[in-house]
Design a protein around this ligand. Sequence first.
Ligand code: R5P
Length: 293
Amino acid sequence: MNTIIISPFEQHPLLHEISEQLGIEEGHMILREFPDGESYVKFESALEGKELIILASLDRPNEKILPLIFIAETAKTLGAARVGLVAPYLAYMRQDKRFLPGEGVTSDYFASLLSSYFDWLVTVDPHLHRHHRLSEIYSIPNQVMHASLSISSWIAQKVEKPLLVGPDSESEQWVAKVAKEANAPYVVLEKNRYGDREVDVSMPEVASWTDHTPVLVDDIISTAQTMIQTVLQLNKAGMKAPICIGVHAVFADNAFQDLLQAGAGKVVTCNTIPHPSNQIDLSMLLSEGIKKL
Ligand code: R5P
């Protein structure tokens, strides 16, 4: 079966790499808005009997979800045999329980929405916390890829004497793995979140590591408050300017600048969401995931 890959929302930096690595054709389509804000979708590549891969990072998901559904539906009605979604960043994974009475568990609703329009899903390090596997909420075949090896190779090549720092207990799953692969020590802090931008983290026990370079690793950098508060604590503890590594460069509003201003020595991300901080390429990892499906 012939396969076509498209990147409808932007020229995603991963598009050419993945199409070359897998030897698949890049498709063409038009996605635009009518003056009234409704979406217009038109495929310019023939889809009859073909497998269509849609590459779309789901940061800013609300503006993407409806066009995405229209694209998948259009492809099916044009005869595509299967429509798969490669979402290097998968949104709506953090509201995975009803924290307060009356709240919606949006991770579950988003999962059933995508599961009803796509035949399969490939993603990188979705925020699995209270859910342990994507299949607990996604009913379609899926492949979860992990960036830890790519991150640890970057650290091993670029950082002398790294001390891995996880800003909260949720990050331990990534930090412990990356530290092991980079053969480096690690510490994990305690975080309390009181609101979207109100975060504090515990003072790290780093007295015996002051000759090391702290390397913060987390899955998502959104408001960057988690990293900012950790950077401030490390600063107080007399550590060198930390390197902050995030898998997903969500960066709400001025978060990127705020993090640099707070004292981060360098901010580095994987290229799941296009951003100037992207330095760790995950194209091979995603190509591997796509091959499995
Ligand atoms: C949540 O626990 C995640 O692992 C991240 O720590 C969190 O999403 C970061 O968010 P923010 O940048 O807004 O602090």
